[in-house]
Design a protein around this ligand. Sequence first.
Ligand code: AN0
Ligand code: CP
Length: 317
Amino acid sequence: MKTYTNVKDLGNLQQAVQEALEIKKNRYAYKHIGENKTLLMVFFNSSLRTRLSTQKAGMNLGMNTMVLDINQGAWKLETERGVVMDGDKPEHILEAIPVMGAYCDVIGVRAFAQFEDKFFDYSETIINQFIKYSGKPVFSMEAATAHPLQAFADLITIEEHKKTARPKVVLTWAPHPRALPQAVPNSFADFMNEADVDFVITHPEGYELADDFVRGAKVEYNQMKAFEGADFIYAKNWAAYQDPNYGKILSTDRNWTVSERQMAVTNNAYFMHCLPVRRNMIVTDEVIESPQSIVIPEAANREISAQVVIKRLLENS
Ligand code: AN0
Ligand code: CP
């Protein structure tokens, strides 16, 4: 594996999950692979889980780890080529990236969708520049359109908790006061479409995700109907993808907040969310605190998904 930006980079998904479960049994088994290697994590956006779990994964593999917060203490970066740099950005990403590449062996990048230009976001302009100009293996720590470390951890968590061979998994939109990227639902859909699950997406009209990620999965606009018989409920907010509303909030309807009312029609479903989560917007206190909530083990599996990815990048570079 030379880069990790989406599900396809993992190759055989079942094999990747097995590798993850093996690593989870002894996460220090490969502590020599990363000896004298340096992991650089570059953040254009905030993070709690990704920052800690990815750093921990690197340390489990014996790596040295460095974190750069672009917006705190680094120079502001111009990302477009051809601009006269007479504004507030003293450095261009085209110099910054190869410089960062010179100091490390593997680079993780977090660069969310900016919602200013759909084409800029969906071309994955920022992470693709890292891939092109760093000279080092690059992995996504949530890019503009995908969060594959999260979705891989989600799949591992579903594998660990499922009670039937082919569980029903429902991705539901839920309300949120600020416009959030489609990266998490995109990647979750991408992974579920490749996994052996009965996958259903539910959201209000206007929140349709990109076809490349939905890939013909079932979309049910009636949330209660979608929840019937579900084994896993995966909640997430996202802003509209479709034109002309790209990046806009079309609904804040709290009837979509996941509560005991909807959970009652499921097959005693587990509740999942990538976190951070706004309580009583996305999900009620009762549901997230219930024994069926697996948000903490889900977050814990981020260390494992990151470790599989970094291990593979180290092995093949
Ligand atoms: C981000 C998002 O929705 O993409 C990160 C989630 C892992 N969430 C927020 O910005 C609140
Ligand atoms: N789930 C997730 O990626 O969390 P952070 O934004 O805190 O890293």
